[in-house]
Design a protein around this ligand. Sequence first.
Ligand SMILES: Nc1ncnc2c1ncn2[C@@H]1O[C@H](COP(=O)(O)OP(=O)(O)OP(=O)(O)O)[C@@H](O)[C@H]1O
Length: 299
Amino acid sequence: MIDVRGLRRRYGPRGEGGFDAVRGLDFSVRGGEVFALLGTNGAGKTSTVEVLEGLAPPTEGTVRVMGRDPYRERAEVRRHTGVMLQEGGFPSDLTVAETARMWADSLTAARPVAEALDLVDLGHRATVRVKQLSGGERRRLDLALALAGRPRVLFLDEPTTGLDPQARHTTWQLVQQLRDEGATILLTTHYLEEAETLADRLAIMRAGQIVLAGTPGEVTAALPSRIRFTLPDGVDPAVLPVGGAVVRGQEIEFETPDLQTSLTDLLVWARDRRLELGGIDARSASLEDVFLAVAEEAR
Ligand SMILES: Nc1ncnc2c1ncn2[C@@H]1O[C@H](COP(=O)(O)OP(=O)(O)OP(=O)(O)O)[C@@H](O)[C@H]1O
């Protein structure tokens, strides 16, 4: 549904004075998939998504959405896409329902306004003026408008920024529901839990390039897992069956690329010696660990 080959996006002139925000991206998003673009501030996520939305042409490379060029064939592509920009811009004197109705009138086959507002839990705020909405409510209105045309492809740029935890979870459920109904969704987010929860696949960008991509499981497998425990008093850490452990008194921590094997070996070793290990904590790297490692490498 989305295909990006060799995408570059440059702001300003060629040569000095210009800036390459996107420096050669390749990725694709399959139908019915949620794909998350992650990256530090300024990594180039919005610059990429804007090209996919047809708001700007690529400086180099090709981009296809549903097999079409979203910039040159904007009218055709736009009919099937829903877009939630990082900042929506609505006339602030209109009410929520008026805003949604105005938007719906510009679409073919829009959802009924009440249905679109109910999807994002804004039905009870229909008669409130946009300027009186909280930041989180405006975000949800943005989302309602993005969904209004029953899009087959949905672009969500930081959809849950400013939402309280409950509204965030409701939004996640909505995104999952839309995906289950067949929508293809590309989102950017700074919430790693959001990416872990929603994304079938994700890519981490840094300085205009993708540095890691895959399923959340594949991406977190890029870093070693970690095992921690406490040895019983009187047991010398030197007898441990693992190399490279960090030892603080009786507290032991070590990393392993193969969590299951290392943990099994450790537990069998302890059982054979009738040792009771305390506070065993064994975990794979989290997406946050990976993200921080990627960001750290850039320093
Ligand atoms: N119109 C512009 N002119 C010049 N430079 C720009 C312009 N828009 C963005 N940039 C620069 O391009 C780089 C990428 O910006 P972009 O907004 O795509 O990053 P992002 O990954 O979406 O960041 P964030 O997480 O902060 O939203 C940044 O260094 C930014 O300063």
